[in-house]
Design a binder for this molecule. Sequence first.
Ligand SMILES: [Zn+2]
Ligand SMILES: [Zn+2]
Length: 345
Amino acid sequence: MKAVLLTGIRQFALKEIQTPAIVNDTDVLIRVKMVGVCGSDIHYYTTGRIGNQVIKYPFIVGHEVAGIIENVGKGVIGVEPDQRVAIDPTVYCGRCDQCLKGRENTCRNLKFLGTPNQLGGALCEYIILPETSCYPIRDAMTLEQAVLTEPLAVAVYAVERAHLPKNASIGILGVGPIGMSVFHVLQTKKIGNVYVTDKIQQRLDFARQLNPRWVGNPEHINIVAEINKLEPLQLDVVFECSGDPEAIAQAIKLLKPGGFLVLIGIPEVDDICLPIHELRRREITIINVRRQVHCTQKAIDLLEQRRVNMDTMVTHHLPLEKTADAFELVANYRDGVMKAMIVID
Ligand SMILES: [Zn+2]
Ligand SMILES: [Zn+2]
């Protein structure tokens, strides 16, 4: 089969490699049709690592996938060949303390699609995953929407973890695909004012589609002063979706006493200093979000029921052969890119 291998920093090679085969009875062979380019893939592309997850080349990235089931193992009961599926890229053991507590996202033996030392990714024609990762979708759902269920599931999970009070005043710092997904999920809830920041003007314009009370660019204005003017009692919850240490500092200054800081963005640095007395005196709760757990079907339902419509978020489609172009586009935020999809035919 054809596969796009990451062979170095900012280097891809299109190669012919062996098509994977079903080994375990619970395995499913999936023909990959579409792969979304995610911010975490870009971290691997530009720096070769996320924290201590370091790539050994060559490696296949990509974890936002939709496809068609090609074949199933003997023990598979929930899905069958020719079904179109959305994918939960989490492969968990089901036996460790974390799995037994329903925390499969922090499974001690976690294997996540397209993650170094865990599982090769989806930028190829076929992948093998256990049945538990496969979610059949209705005919009305497009493959694009199926791919978007992955980032949307992260947003559903983040909003669940935030324990929003009624009419919460909310900040979203960073409105790339994850920040926008959070915004979409919030719109299905009873919330108060939403304040949005991003360093990229086009992203702020994009976020305006969802009617935030205010948008601002921290490169040009003091966003903390501006938001505090409009919301003197400050914000109940801030979703930090950029990974930028400056944004984390801003988030802390935006929160009211007892507020919740939800960290979703992936920082490029390993350590970040936090103003401990600010956090302590105002009892700010920091909630970390590790991808998602049990939210894939919820994300599918939101899209199928049209309670969330993210169709305009997909700005680019490129063939597998042009994967490098797609990654450069996303890495450099060029051409108004929000979500780029690799299409495999
Ligand atoms: Zn992702
Ligand atoms: Zn486990």
